[in-house]
Ligand binder design. Structure first.
Ligand code: NAD
Length: 480
């Protein structure tokens, strides 16, 4: 079995512990590679390498840094097929999705920030007759980037690209559940000649390797994407160390459908926004609110479409619904389906595990599941399930749907369907979330602020927001 290695100071290294963790292929439920079980010593080595590289990397011209990051971007693109296959194998997502979304987006994350940094500027504030303030923005130093398993390389590069572009050196950890494409990225980094120590990739468990990153006194900022409970733990640890923190956390997103929407467009998009990546996208709409006058029409059409969705082996190019990421996660999702029934919900589609033929018979598959008849405030409608499970709930008025949509601790993203422009603005403005899509879903412009409110996070990624996070502003005043 392939043994992945850490990437520290420009070289591949085994973990100091010499211990490895099995990496499971969710489509078959069997291990296919081993990843380093890293800890404090590995993170310490990576941080020393990053500290040593910082003066050179931060001292390079913007153009030089930009060119190297463009080579990283191109390096992934050149090995597209390999990255696509690895992402699908590691995560269970269909190869078609990895090819259309995950890997192209990783390529553009790097090229976007490689060029964005060339246009980034800081402010000046003139005080008439008094003097001028100008603000400099310098890289922070060594920063930590920790990412989850659902969009592995996509979210990993979404952090390291702005961190590196703005001149920081990075100690990064991908999820131990989906480490493979981050490992391939370290191969690309060697191929394109990224200077040693600028990017260090440590593999291992969150509670060991991740925690060591958060606690290391020389790692001055942590950009984290993952679950809300982990985010709270990181905030508790890093807060008293006065680290800069960006936390992108969980969601329980509402999809609000008014009767005057474009029904066919809404229906097709809602199938995607519910079940893309087996519902394991933090932006998926898991609570679908439908205006009562079209409730039955929507329910029948939606159930009909979803019941026809075939769950299949992710490496088959025809598959649109693959495996969920792990056995633990499958069991968690199935336990929520059981809970929904205990809470009085009716299963309209799915609701069960799917057994495929050999060799996929031990894979982690769940039929796309639709549930109705639950109150908006029951646990099923309050807690993040993060799988192929959605609930339907009718509403009678704008006021009522806003109350229900806003009734969770989360506030990441929302979708609103209506052809009434005034209502679109009104509702979008009153939904408690960092992102609202009107008559669309997951249209992403990398310049826009990305992130959530309430328990969905602190801070924003994307565009200038990310470059601001990864730099420290200093105001200098000069008397006239
Ligand atoms: P997770 O919190 O379990 O793990 C995320 C990462 O943090 C992993 O790399 C993990 O190893 C590491 N980690 C775990 N414990 C740690 C600790 N104590 N200290 C430091 N690092 C630690 O999350 P997950 O299960 O990998 O991902 C799913 C979650 O991520 C969902 O809640 C989902 O909504 C959220 N998510 C949010 C966004 C967003 O942009 N807001 C995007 C994608 C996923």
């Amino acid at each position: 079995m392939k043994k992945l290695q850490n990437y520290i100071n420009g070289k591949f290294q085994p973990p100091v512990s010499d211990e490895y963790i099995e990496n499971i292929d969710p489509s078959r439920g069997v291990p296919f590679s081993l990843i380093p079980d890293s800890g404090i010593e590995d993170v310490a080595q990576a941080t020393e390498a990053a500290k040593a590289a910082f003066p050179v990397w931060s001292g390079m011209s913007l153009n030089e840094r930009s060119e190297i990051l463009m080579k990283l971007s191109k390096g992934i693109e050149d090995r597209m097929d390999e990255f696509v296959a690895a992402e699908s194998l590691d995560n269970g997502k269909p190869v078609s999705l990895a090819r259309q979304v995950d890997i192209p987006r990783a390529v553009s994350n790097l090229s976007f920030f490689a060029t964005a940094v060339l246009h980034f500027a800081s402010e000046s504030h003139y005080m008439e007759g008094v003097g001028i303030n100008y603000t400099t923005r310098k890289p922070i130093g060594v920063v930590g980037c920790i990412s989850p398993w659902n969009l592995p390389l996509y979210l990993f590069t979404w952090k390291i690209a702005p961190a590196l572009a703005s001149g920081n050196c990075v100690v990064a950890k991908p999820s131990e559940i989906t480490p493979y494409t981050a490992y391939l990225l370290s191969e690309v980094a060697v191929e394109v000649g990224l200077p040693a120590g600028v990017l260090n990739i440590i593999h291992g468990l969150g509670s060991k390797a991740g925690d060591a990153i958060v606690r290391h006194p020389d790692i001055k900022a942590v950009s984290f994407t993952g679950g809300t409970a982990t985010g709270a733990y990181i905030a508790k640890t890093a807060g008293p160390m006065f680290k800069k923190l960006s936390l992108e956390l969980g969601g329980k997103n509402p999809n609000v459908i008014f009767a005057d929407c474009d029904f066919e467009d809404m229906l097709a998009t809602t199938v995607r926004s519910s079940f893309a990546n087996q519902g394991q996208i933090c932006l998926c709409g898991s609570r679908i609110f439908i205006e009562r006058s079209i409730y039955d029409q929507f329910k029948n059409a939606f159930v009909e479409k979803v019941s026809r969705m075939k769950v299949g082996n992710p490496s088959d190019i025809e598959t649109r619904q693959g495996a969920v990421v792990s056995k633990d996660h499958m069991e968690k999702v199935l336990s929520y389906i059981k809970l929904a029934q205990e809470e009085g919900g009716t299963i309209l589609a799915g609701g069960h595990q799917v057994k495929l033929d050999e060799p996929y018979d031990n894979g982690f598959y769940i039929a796309p599941t639709i549930i109705e008849g639950l109150s908006y405030d029951c646990r099923t409608n309050q807690e993040e399930i993060f799988g192929p499970v959605v609930t339907l709930c009718p509403f009678d008025s704008e006021q009522e749907v806003l109350k229900m949509a806003n009734a969770t601790q989360y506030g990441l993203a929302a979708t609103v369907w209506t052809s009434n422009l005034k209502r679109a603005h009104r509702v979008a403005n009153q939904i408690h979330s960092g992102i609202v899509w009107v008559n669309s879903w997951l249209v992403r412009d990398l310049r826009t602020p990305f992130g959530g409110v309430k328990a969905s996070g602190v801070g924003r990624e994307g565009g200038w927001e990310a470059l601001k996070f990864f730099t420290e502003p200093k105001n200098i005043f000069i008397k006239e």
